[in-house]
Design a protein around this ligand. Structure first.
Ligand code: SAH
Length: 534
């Protein structure tokens, strides 16, 4: 009769977190071998199996005993907490077998039954701290030279991994965690969130949220796992959360502006992806390859590949992209050379300056400190507007200020509505004379100044093959009423528009807006809808 070795990870400790297969495997076994505390933890699941429990440091003899019993034809369960392949018994069992010349074909059967490891069980109690690239490091230097552990901490810290420290401290090993903290602090902010979980899913469970600087002021022991956040990990309601992306896009007045799900996987939204980086280099667009890249390549060439500028790669990886629309003014359309210089300086080597289909200059800069940038640009008289689902006032140049009567109204709209967050981006076109040469009537809301009063157009469809102008809803709105009328309409859109609902659809659905009746101005053409790129 052939015996079998079942190397079982029983998870953090509670019966709900043991896998079905692990339960069955325990039942199937004739003998259970494990560290006494662990055998006690699963005692409730046993049905009369022979128990061989040993002290914690007797792993080797435990594995030898298990192999011996299996070779005698017994089904032997070797138990580990968490996963038996993570600082558990699985490797050791194989090592003992290998030493005896074991072969898969002819030797005893081995089954490794996976379990929930501490990094996962502890993470679940802390919030969602792992989420992104993470590693486990055991601080136990009984079997591993400290010089190697130290190197691994250093590497993980530098590469911005989330780190789960196993075996952080014991009665005799107290300095390792102090050293680990010192190394981590060389690469990460003292405020980096840290979670301490003791005895996850066991009776004496304790969960503590602290930070890298203060973590040693709390109780850390043999039963603790220390989870150290990466540079993006944040705290919310005492939960540690690591966002999925390194990159966040954000704009004026908003802390964060994540991409919509459908935009996420578009290439343009991922300029940092490997393929994009290669594509840029292959096309040899000199403007897209920064001088730093060139310098780094040159250094690589002269050092024969020795040179590694980890710092620059890292700062790129963790910085957020701040994006903002820049213009010389609401009515003024002329950039001065000094303003152009200021924009170029703000973009620097890593940023981009884009001229958009909406006739504005978009500035995108990797930075976590947009304030300085904003101050420098506004000091040059530039007007900055947020990008995204906000209201934008697109005024004409009022014939370079010759037809200036209505400028204050455009400025008042910019002041009151510009940047307001809305269900979808909303363009308010404002033209200073009946020529309407800046195309105000093509916008979501169009305003045309004529004979001392305003004409109002609502619900233009600004893009697509069935684009159409807005519907003329009112002629001759008195000057002092204009701002109020437009504001009321925009507020109604803000309050009652569905998320992502464009203004023309909103008008159509509502049928009336502030007393203005909707009429269908869609061209009577049958046009198949087409997605981008079709
Ligand atoms: N095989 C186990 C790890 C064994 S090493 C696993 O996969 O989880 C022992 C270390 O694991 C402990 O020092 C502690 O850091 C961690 N650990 C194991 N179980 C834990 C639990 N329930 N709560 C917190 N940490 C735990």
């Amino acid at each position: 009769m052939n015996g079998k070795l079942l190397v079982i990870g029983f998870g953090p400790g509670s019966f709900e977190h043991i896998t079905e297969r692990a339960r069955e495997a325990l039942q199937e076994s004739d003998v259970i071998i494990g560290y006494k505390t662990y055998v006690d933890l699963i005692a409730g699941l046993l049905t009369g199996q022979q128990i061989v429990s040993t002290g914690m440091t007797e792993e080797v003899s435990r594995a030898q005993e298990a192999v011996k019993l299996a070779e005698q034809g017994k089904k032997v369960a070797v138990i580990s907490s968490g996963d038996s392949g993570v600082y558990g018994m699985a490797g050791l069992v194989y090592e003992v077998l290998i030493e005896k010349g074991w072969k898969r074909e002819t030797g005893v059967e081995v089954e490794v039954v996976p379990g929930i490891s501490a990094i996962n069980s502890c993470a679940s109690l802390l919030g969602a701290p792992v989420m992104h690239d993470a590693c486990t490091i055991s601080l136990s230097d009984h079997l591993t030279p400290w010089s190697i552990i130290e190197k691994r901490i250093e590497a993980a810290a530098a590469a911005d991994f989330v780190v789960a420290l196993y075996n952080p401290k014991s009665g005799r090993r107290t300095r390792q965690i102090v050293e680990a903290q010192r190394i981590l602090l060389q690469h990460r902010s003292p405020q980096t969130p840290v979670g301490l979980v003791k005895s996850a899913y066991r009776d004496r469970q304790e969960v503590t949220i602290t930070n890298l600087q203060d973590m040693l002021e709390h109780d850390i022991g043999m039963l603790t796992t220390v989870v150290i956040g990466n540079s993006s990990t944040f705290l919310y309601e005492d939960l540690m959360i690591t966002p999925r992306g390194y990159q966040r896009k954000y704009t004026l007045g908003k802390t964060e502006q994540p991409l919509k799900p459908h935009q996420r996987l578009q290439k343009e939204a991922e300029p940092w992806a490997l393929e994009q980086t290669i594509a840029i280099k292959q096309e040899q667009k000199p403007q897209a390859v920064s001088s730093r890249d060139i310098a780094e390549q040159a250094l690589l060439a002269v050092t024969g590949g020795e040179y590694k500028n980890e710092k620059s790669i890292l700062t790129q990886a963790v910085l957020s992209i701040f994006e903002v629309a820049v213009s010389p003014g609401v009515a003024n359309k002329t950039f001065t050379p000094a303003q152009m210089m200021a924009i170029a300086e703000a973009a620097g080597e890593e940023g981009t300056i884009t001229y958009t289909p909406d006739h504005y200059v978009k500035l995108q800069v990797p930075t976590d400190n947009p304030q300085t940038l904003v101050e420098k640009l506004t000091a040059r008289g530039l007007v900055l507007s947020p990008i995204g689902e906000v209201a934008t006032v697109k005024a004409c140049d009022f014939c370079d200020g010759e037809k200036k009567d209505s400028i204050p109204y455009a400025e008042a709209l910019q002041e009151n509505l510009g940047s307001m967050e809305l269900p979808k981006e909303l363009k308010i076109g404002f033209n200073g004379c009946a020529m309407a040469c800046y195309g105000a009537v093509q916008e979501d809301i169009g305003i045309v100044y004529r004979k001392g009063a305003f004409d109002l157009f609502l619900g233009g469809k600004t893009i697509g093959r069935n684009a159409h102008p807005g519907q003329l809803v009112a002629e001759g709105i008195p000057m002092d009423q204009l701002v109020n009328v437009v504001e009321t309409i925009v507020h109604e859109y803000k309050e009652t528009g569905y998320p992502n609902e464009r203004f023309f659809k909103f008008f159509k659905r509502k049928k009336t807006l502030q007393g203005f009746q909707h009429e269908d101005v869609t061209p009577k053409l049958q046009i198949e809808p087409a997605a981008c790129g079709d």
